[in-house]
Design a binder for this molecule. Structure first.
Ligand code: FAD
Length: 471
C-alpha cells in the first residue's frame, strides 16, 4: 500500500464485503443434484463439474446421444475456477497469440483457425440452447501503462493483424475516450470474437443442457480413488463406485494433489474484487460505453470488466500457498485484497469511496505451457485435461473436445499438433516450489518500480519455461 489513507479507504470499502464469488452469490443458482449412493457403470465418466467437464459432457452426448455419460463433482457445479473468473472471452485456445507463438510457431495458422472455430462454436451452442448468461461482445482491450506498455501493445498489434484479427491501436486520447483512466497511455482493441460472460450462469446453463441430453450428474461426490479393472476404470466415491470404459479427469488445479499431475501443474490463485453497481454519474465519469474486457500491461497485471448491472470487477493479485493448497478459505479477510484495491484507486481515482460487495480468490492450474495439456493413465483409459493457467472460459470447450478424441482414439487433425503430443516442463517440488513462487511473486509485484535483482530473477524463471512477464 502506498499510504495510510489508501489503506484506511480500502478497509472502509471492504467493511460489508462478502468473501465469496459474486457470480455464485445469485438466486438463480440451481438446486444441487443428489450425491451418488450406488454402484453404476457407464461408457464415459467425467470427474469435475467446471467448464472442462461440462463442455465434455455436452459434446460427448451431442456426438452420440446413446452414449452413457456420468459426471461427478466433488462439491457443486462451478465451485472451482469456473465460478470465479473475470470471464473475459478470448479467441485463443493457447492463452493468447504471443503464448501460442512462443510454444508452437509451426502450428500457428492451424491454432488460430481452431481458436476462431471454437469461439464461433461457443457462441452458437449458447444461442442454440438458449443459455441466458449475459454474453456481451465488446471485445478485448489491452491497455498500455507507461512507455514500455506502448511498445508491448505495438508488438502485439502486429501479431493480431498478421493473423487477421479486427485489432486497432489506440493512442492515449482515444483509449481514454473508451475508458477514462489517467493510467492508460494507449490501447489495443481486438473487436471481434471476444467480450464477457457471466461464468456461473454459463456453467449452470451447460449443466441444464447436459441433464436434458441425458447426462447423469452427481454433486457432492468426490472421486476418492481409481484403479484399472477388467472392463475399464473403477472410480470410488464416498458412497458408491462407477465402473467406466473411459474416464476424463476435468479437475484442473485441484488435480495438483495428484503426485503425477503436480509434477507439471502448480495450483496458484488469483484474487478479484467487485464493486457495488455504479450510479449513472459514476458510469458517466469512467465512460466505458463499449464495455470491453480489459487487461493492462503491468508485470503483475490487472484485468477488469463491467457486469450486466454495471459493477466493476477488478482482478489480478497472484499468490501461492504451500503444497498447492486451493482452499479459498485462506482469502476470507480484507488483507489479501488491499493491494488490489490500491491498484483500483490508481486506475479509477474518481471511484475512491465506492464499496466492494464481493471479494474472492480462485485456483489457477499453472504450467510452463500456460495452456491445456493431457496426461494419460491406466493404458489410456483415463485422461487428465487441464492447465489453462487463467485463460480457460472458452479454451475449455476446445480442450474438452480434443480430450474426448484422445480418449476415444479418434483420428482428428488436432491430435497431430504439437500441443496434443507433448507435455509442459516439470516444476520443482516443495519446498522449492513455495520458495520460488514467493520470491517470484514479490519480484513481479515490485519489478516495474524497483528493478534491481528482480530482473535477473524473473529472466531465470522465464528460462525455466514460465513466461511470467508475457502479457
Ligand atoms: C481469478 C480467476 C480469473 C480468471 N479469469 C479468466 C478470464 O478472464 N478469462 C478466461 O478465459 N479464463 C479465466 N480464468 C480461468 C478459467 O476460469 C479456468 O481456466 C476454467 O474455469 C477452468 O475450468 P475447469 O473445468 O478446467 O476447472 P474448474 O472450474 O476448476 O473445475 C474443476 C472441478 O473439479 C472438481 N473436482 C476437483 N477434484 C475432484 C474430485 N476428486 N472429484 C470430483 N470433482 C473434483 C472441483 O470441485 C471443480 O469444480 C480465471 C480463473 C481465475 C481463478
Amino acid at each position: 500500500m502506498t499510504d495510510e489513507q489508501t489503506r484506511a479507504d480500502a478497509l472502509a470499502a471492504l467493511q460489508h464485503t462478502t468473501f465469496f464469488p459474486y457470480w455464485l452469490d445469485n438466486s438463480q443458482r440451481p438446486r444441487e443434484e443428489p450425491a451418488l449412493q450406488e454402484n453404476l457403470s457407464c461408457d464415459l465418466l467425467i470427474v469435475g463439474g467446471g467448464f472442462t467437464g461440462l463442455w465434455a459432457a455436452v459434446q460427448a452426448k451431442e456426438a452420440n446421444p446413446a452414449r452413457e455419460v456420468i459426471l461427478i463433482e466433488a462439491s457443486s457445479i462451478a465451485i472451482g475456477a469456473s465460478g470465479r473468473p473475470a470471464a473475459i472471452l478470448s479467441t485463443s485456445v493457447m492463452h493468447g497469440l504471443q503464448n501460442a507463438q512462443r510454444l508452437y510457431p509451426d502450428d500457428m495458422e492451424e491454432l488460430e483457425r481452431l481458436g476462431k472455430e471454437n469461439l464461433d462454436g461457443f457462441r452458437e451452442t449458447i444461442e442454440r440452447y438458449g443459455i441466458d448468461c449475459d454474453l456481451e461482445w465488446g471485445g478485448e482491450l489491452t491497455v498500455a501503462i507507461g512507455d514500455e506498455g506502448l511498445a508491448d501493445i505495438a508488438k502485439e498489434h502486429e501479431l493480431y493483424c498478421h493473423y487477421g484479427h479486427d485489432a486497432h491501436l489506440l493512442d492515449a486520447e482515444s483509449v481514454r475516450r473508451e475508458v477514462r483512466s489517467p493510467l492508460f497511455s494507449g490501447g489495443l482493441w481486438s473487436k471481434k470474437r471476444s467480450g464477457t460472460v457471466h461464468p456461473a450462469k454459463l456453467a449452470w446453463g451447460l449443466k441444464r443442457v447436459a441433464l436434458e441430453l441425458g447426462v447423469q450428474i452427481y454433486e457432492n461426490t468426490p472421486m476418492v480413488s481409481n484403479r484399472k479393472k477388467s472392463g475399464g476404470v473403477e472410480v470410488t466415491t464416498p458412497c458408491g463406485r462407477v465402473l467406466a470404459n473411459r474416464v476424463l479427469l476435468a479437475t484442473n488445479a485441484f488435480a495438483a494433489g495428484n503426485r503425477k499431475i503436480r509434477k507439471r501443474v502448480a495450483a496458484i490463485r488469483d484474487r478479484i474484487v467487485v464493486t457495488e453497481p455504479l450510479s449513472e454519474e459514476q458510469m458517466a465519469a469512467i465512460g466505458w460505453h463499449n464495455r470491453q474486457g480489459i487487461y493492462d500491461t503491468r508485470t503483475q497485471l490487472n484485468y477488469m470488466r463491467l457486469t450486466a448491472d454495471n459493477r466493476i470487477l477488478f482482478g489480478g493479485r497472484l499468490d501461492y500457498f504451500f503444497g498447492n493448497n486451493t482452499d479459498p478459505a485462506e482469502d476470507r479477510t480484507p488483507d489479501p485484497y488491499l493491494r488490489l484495491i490500491d491498484n483500483f484507486y490508481r486506475t479509477f481515482p474518481m471511484l475512491r469511496g465506492v464499496r466492494f460487495t464481493h471479494a474472492w480468490s480462485g485456483p489457477i492450474a499453472l504450467t510452463t505451457r500456460m495452456a491445456v495439456h493431457y496426461q494419460h493413465y491406466h493404458g489410456g483409459r483415463m485422461l487428465y485435461a487441464g492447465g489453462y493457467s487463467g485463460f480457460g472460459v472458452t479454451a475449455t470447450r476446445f480442450g474438452a473436445r480434443v480430450a474426448l478424441a484422445i480418449l476415444d482414439d479418434r483420428k482428428v487433425p488436432e491430435r497431430a499438433l504439437k500441443f496434443a503430443r507433448s507435455q509442459p516442463a516439470y516444476i520443482p517440488p516443495e519446498p522449492f516450489r513455495w520458495i520460488g513462487a514467493k520470491i517470484t511473486m514479490y519480484a513481479l509485484d515490485t519489478l516495474d518500480e524497483k528493478g534491481g535483482w528482480r530482473v535477473p530473477w524473473v529472466r531465470m524463471v522465464e528460462r525455466m519455461g514460465f513466461p511470467v512477464t508475457q502479457k
